[in-house]
Design a protein around this ligand. Structure first.
Ligand SMILES: Nc1ncnc2c1ncn2[C@@H]1O[C@H](COP(=O)(O)OP(=O)(O)OP(=O)(O)O)[C@@H](O)[C@H]1O
Ligand SMILES: [Mg+2]
Ligand SMILES: [Zn+2]
Length: 272
């Protein structure tokens, strides 16, 4: 009879069952198990090394974490990226002199995030700054679309994120505030689209506090944020407050994404 797959049958002889761990070399003495007489009486049973058991536990933990992240991502990303942005990539972004740095930095961010295995290797974040229609959300979606297969990555529009947290307070809600906030805190890469488009009512209002919780957690735990905004750095700071802005400045490179409103071009092509 074996209790653990891969181990020898139990016997009456202790010396047969001393186990040498192939991983760390430890010598593990067998365990005497008091089987009742009708099951053959007391016998020695071979035991695995603690280090192997721990490895199994770690593997199970990792698998569980991965599953949890996948679940969070699924329910976020697809719902907020939207059909318009599902097909946006770096290839179908047409660089102009005013957006070439934004394109380059978005690609750099993606590459670093993709290759990072440790916290130290994780990318500096990016905050794309520019007026309407210059391709900021397009680049943010391209980052997401490049990373979504290999990393847990969440793309979320900031006003929608806050509205979603607010809606979770309703007794009819199927998700909790904790679930939402944990997902955006913990994911490998968080993309916050349209930062500053949400409503704040002063420095310590509800929206500021929620954003602070998220940004501060990621700041402390070295998890990158890729973000876009219509505001200038000063007006963004007026909205989200000094405490969030100061952390963003430290973990993100502020990159201009300028030019004409690309949506006008679409409109004139349609009219032509
Ligand atoms: N350089 C570009 N090449 C190809 N398509 C572009 C480019 N810039 C913008 N677009 C397209 O124009 C539309 C508007 O761009 P996008 O939504 O990314 O702008 P934005 O900077 O996020 O604007 P807003 O500040 O209003 O959110 C999108 O459909 C986007 O794919
Ligand atoms: Mg946008
Ligand atoms: Zn061992």
């Amino acid at each position: 009879m074996t209790l653990v797959p891969g181990l020898k049958q139990a016997t009456q002889y202790q010396h047969d069952l001393v186990y040498t761990c192939p991983e760390c070399g430890a010598v593990v003495e067998p365990l005497l198990v008091e089987f009742p007489p009708n099951l053959g009486g007391p016998r020695y049973v071979q035991r695995r090394c603690q280090c192997e058991l721990q490895k199994n536990i770690d593997a199970v933990e990792r698998a569980k974490n991965f599953e949890r992240m996948r679940r969070y991502e699924r329910y976020f990303s697809y719902s907020t990226l939207g059909n318009r942005f599902a097909s946006k990539t770096f290839i179908n972004f047409l660089a102009t002199p005013q957006t070439s740095v934004a394109l380059r930095e978005s690609k750099r961010f993606t590459q670093t995030a993709m290759n990072a295995t440790t916290e130290e290797e994780r990318a500096d974040g990016v905050l794309l700054i520019g007026p309407v229609g210059t391709g900021k959300s397009h680049l943010a979606a391209a980052v997401f679309n490049s990373l979504k297969e290999s990393k847990s990555c969440i793309f979320v529009n900031v006003p929608e994120l806050l509205a979603r947290i607010m809606a979770s307070y309703s007794s009819k809600s199927t998700e909790s505030e904790e679930e939402i906030i944990n997902a955006v805190k913990q994911c490998d890469v968080l993309i916050l689209d349209d930062l500053g488009a949400e409503r704040h009512k002063g420095d310590d209002d509800w929206a500021t506090e929620k954003l602070f919780t998220i940004v501060d957690f990621r700041y402390r735990n070295m998890r990158p944020i890729f973000s876009t905004t219509n505001c200038t750095p000063d007006s963004l700071e007026d909205k989200i407050g000094q405490r969030i802005m100061s952390r963003l400045r430290e973990i993100c490179d502020l990159i201009p994404c300028l030019g004409d409103d690309y949506r006008n071009r679409h409109a004139s092509e349609r009219r032509a």
